[in-house]
Write a protein that binds this ligand. Structure first.
Ligand code: PGA
Length: 249
């Protein structure tokens, strides 16, 4: 059985105090017990969040990391810095990183390798832009993003990979892919994995949907057979709202 996962990507929101308030509120909420719950606060709040969540099933992820082991990369954070504070999951390839920080497939392939070398689980994000969808190129774009950053990996590496399909036109826009559009793309992604590796491997990889997921639409999206959960942005900043999404399975 694939894991059901709901991950909250806080982006550049919540200072130290507000982060601790949100984490404490999340602890008070009852979460669906078979769903893996992950939160990704900004770097400055990771250690405090880890400490506050000690003993709870909620885990903590980083929103990014550099591919180099260490060195002269002002402003960057390495894999071993994350593992040294017990962070074992990282979001890579988010469309905002691709668009505003010029992250390329090639760079992401290196980040993926570094994270895996450190035993870090990866939530790997990808998705087409509106123009791609209008030109009916969404499958082509998504397949190439996955292929370029991940298809050099061995089959066993996929135990540490979670995929997150996030159509760029649906992120932070209030515009959600319809449950059918999400299902169609997730089924296509699974077939792409099955063709490259094996149907058994494709069947074991969790594929999350992201892009304006709210408590009002989560249930329908999560009910689709190839949707294994969500990567939540805006709605992850409110404990009750996020927990309602977690409980939508
Ligand atoms: P959103 O963001 O839920 O605010 O659309 C999702 C994401 O960027 O991961």
């Amino acid at each position: 059985m694939r894991k059901q996962i709901v991950a909250g990507n806080w982006k550049m929101n919540k200072d130290y105090v507000d982060s601790e308030i949100l984490v404490s509120k999340l602890l008070e909420q009852h979460h669906h017990s078979t769903t893996d719950v992950i939160i990704a606060p900004p770097f400055t709040n990771l250690l405090a969040a880890k400490n506050t969540l000690k003993g709870s099933p909620i885990s903590v992820a980083a929103q990014n990391m550099h591919f180099a082991e260490n060195g002269a990369y002002t402003g960057e954070v390495s894999a071993s810095m994350l593992t040294s504070i017990g962070v074992k999951t990282v979001i890579l390839g988010h469309s905002e990183r691709r668009a505003y920080f010029n992250e390329t497939d090639e760079m992401l392939a290196k980040k993926v390798d570094t994270a895996l070398a450190h035993g870090i689980r990866i939530i790997f994000c990808f998705g087409e832009e509106l123009a791609d969808r209008k030109a009916k190129k969404e499958n082509e774009v998504v397949a190439s993003q996955i292929k370029n950053a991940l298809f050099h990996l061995s089959a066993s590496a996929w135990d540490h990979i979670v995929l997150a399909y996030e159509p760029v036109w649906a992120i932070g826009t209030g515009e959600t892919a319809s449950p059918e559009q999400a299902q169609d793309m997730h089924a296509f992604i699974r077939k792409t994995l099955a063709d490259q590796y094996t149907p058994a491997l494709a069947d074991a990889v969790s594929i999350l949907y992201g892009g304006s997921v709210k408590s009002a639409n989560a249930k329908e999206i999560f009910s689709k057979p190839d949707v294994d959960g969500g990567l939540i942005g805006g709605a992850a900043l409110d404990a009750e709202h996020f927990s309602a999404i977690v409980n939508s399975f």
